[in-house]
Design a protein around this ligand. Structure first.
Ligand code: A3P
Length: 287
């Protein structure tokens, strides 16, 4: 049975706090420009991190956006209610984020030259991050036990559906040099190198000094201290940060502290089956 707390949109569950019929129609009618850059993520893959990084990569390292604009207005979600209020104020090149699978991108995206940075994260860490996020976000369904939440995740009874469907949709998309794939793990391991890749992809030609400056200001600790990015501006009735902060651990491999052997075997077997026969391989082992 579907959760009464979520709305359903083309087979996906979405939390109504941020989405409604108007916002989803607005997204479909959104006029994408050739210079737009979309960050695409399955939830809990590093969306907020990219909301910090992308404006700085695009503007050469000027910190004004991350110091003066809350992340959700700085790089708005295509599918969320806020975009209608903000769209006219965004300056080119516009940076947007979306959790949409490829099939839900608006028609104007397909005819544009807009670029995409798709951030992938080890799904076991996504599950753990999402489990804590569901505990603190009052607008999301209670996750239940870790075991129960794992089942929901595997069945796609979570916001934005199955992780495997999301990844497959974007991996299969024929976008040529309009899309760049990057992993959360790669960003954790060597942020300056990841920034260099983004800069090259977006033809931003960032200097080494600018790269170092951006890396410093987009570190986990800097973001945790930045009230424009750490969700402390969100009222407690929506996010109970004392249960778990949005910027929780910021590491890769936390799944090892949460999965038992049985859960790992089940997770691996379901995901491997769903990815069987795909032409792409994952950058991490599922075991
Ligand atoms: P954890 O819960 O594992 O800590 P999203 O923005 O897509 O919802 O993803 C949230 C995850 O990204 C959280 O993971 C959060 O801590 C992590 N994150 C955000 N900013 C980060 C940063 N600067 N460095 C590392 N991880 C970051």
């Amino acid at each position: 049975m579907l959760s009464p707390e979520y709305i359903q949109y083309r087979g996906l569950l979405l939390p109504p706090m941020a989405h409604n019929a108007e916002s989803l129609e607005y997204a479909q009618n959104f006029s994408v420009e050739d210079t737009d850059v979309f960050v695409v993520t399955y939830p809990k893959s590093g969306t907020i991190w990219m909301q910090e990084i992308l404006p700085l990569v695009l503007n050469g390292g000027d910190l004004t956006p991350i110091q003066t604009i809350a992340n959700w207005d700085r790089v708005p979600w295509l599918e969320e209610k806020r975009l209608a209020e903000l769209a006219d104020k965004l300056t080119s090149p516009r940076a947007l984020v979306t959790h949409f699978p490829y099939s839900l991108m608006p028609p104007s995206f397909h005819s544009s030259k807009a670029k995409v940075i798709y951030v992938m994260r080890n799904p076991k860490d996504i599950l753990v991050s999402s489990y804590y996020f569901h505990q603190m976000a009052t607008f999301l369904e209670d996750p239940g036990t870790f075991d129960e939440f794992l089942e929901k995740f595997l069945e796609g009874r979570v916001m934005f559906g199955k992780w495997t469907d999301h990844v497959k949709s974007w991996k299969r998309a024929e976008l040529g040099d309009r899309i760049m794939f990057i992993t959360y793990e790669e960003m954790v391991q060597d942020l300056p190198a990841a920034l260099r890749r983004m800069s090259d992809f977006l033809c931003c030609n960032l200097s080494d000094d600018a790269i170092q400056k951006i890396a410093k200001h987009c570190s986990f600790n800097s973001m945790k201290a930045n009230r424009m990015s750490n969700f402390s501006l969100v009222p407690k009735e929506y996010m109970e940060s004392d249960k778990s902060p949005f910027l929780r651990k910021g590491i890769s491999g936390d799944w090892k502290n949460h999965f038992n052997a049985e859960q790992l075997a089940r997770f691996t077997s379901v995901l491997s089956k769903e990815l069987e026969g795909e032409s792409f391989s994952l950058p991490w082992s599922l075991d």
